[in-house]
Design a protein around this ligand. Structure first.
Ligand SMILES: CC(C)(COP(=O)(O)OP(=O)(O)OC[C@H]1O[C@@H](n2cnc3c(N)ncnc32)[C@H](O)[C@@H]1OP(=O)(O)O)[C@@H](O)C(=O)NCCC(=O)NCCS
Length: 187
């Protein structure tokens, strides 16, 4: 079998704000990444219902129309490969005091992980949160999502304790991670 060599000149990754027409591709990418990340034992009805309801095109259309949400979309060669979704004003009691915003989703399609796309999206999300008035960005990774937790810790996110994510009557342990944002426009 021939050995493949890395492309010496890969197409560039471009970041942009989301548009209403993005809901279809955001929905499908999010379903794929969600299942890759959380359906670690296969598919059961609760997970299937969660994906088909909260990750549907309609759900993304509604989220895109939410005035509190901010988006950063990563594309390569005209294809969606990842996105970050921030909710301004969403609060968590365990996160540090301040103007809080939640990093609701940071999803990179698996073939494009390890290529700095997540770092670009996280930096973009922090900027969007800061520009929206937030001084603290928090998120709640699943305790078994070791890759994501290590990723956030290496980027300055501290662990503020345990929380429960409840869906379909199931309770899942998540950690609360947060970072104090620097002013994007310091005086
Ligand atoms: C967590 C996530 C957003 C990171 O995105 P990413 O594009 O891989 O991030 P980057 O390439 O910028 O950084 C990945 C880090 O893992 C390292 N890495 C090494 N091998 C890797 C591999 N095979 N795959 C991914 N990352 C790898 C990278 O070198 C880098 O290390 P660093 O933190 O020391 O810089 C991405 O893995 C993802 O979308 N996961 C699934 C969804 C998820 O868990 N989201 C977070 C929910 S809270």
């Amino acid at each position: 079998m021939p050995l493949s060599t890395p492309d010496p000149d890969p197409p560039p990754v471009r970041l942009r704000a989301a548009e209403p027409g993005d809901a279809l591709c955001l929905s499908v990418l999010a379903m794929q990444v969600f299942l890759d990340t959380y359906a670690t034992e296969g598919i059961r009805p609760a997970i299937a219902r969660e994906v088909l309801s909260n990750y549907s095109q309609d759900a993304f259309n509604a989220a895109l129309a939410d005035p509190r949400s901010r988006w950063c979309v990563a594309e390569r060669s005209g294809h969606l490969i990842g996105f970050a979704q921030v909710t301004l004003g969403a609060t968590h009691g365990l996160a540090p005091a301040g103007q809080q915003a939640e990093l609701l989703r940071l999803y990179v399609q698996e073939p494009f992980t390890g290529m700095q796309v997540g770092t670009l999206l996280l930096t973009c999300a922090e900027r969007l949160a800061s520009e929206g008035g937030a001084s603290v960005l928090w998120l709640t990774p699943w305790v078994h999502n070791h890759r994501a937790i290590a990723f956030y810790i290496r980027r300055g996110y501290e662990d503020f304790g345990l929380t429960q994510f409840v869906f379909e009557g199931e309770s899942h342990e998540n950690r609360v991670h947060a970072k104090r944002l620097r002013d994007v426009n310091p005086a």
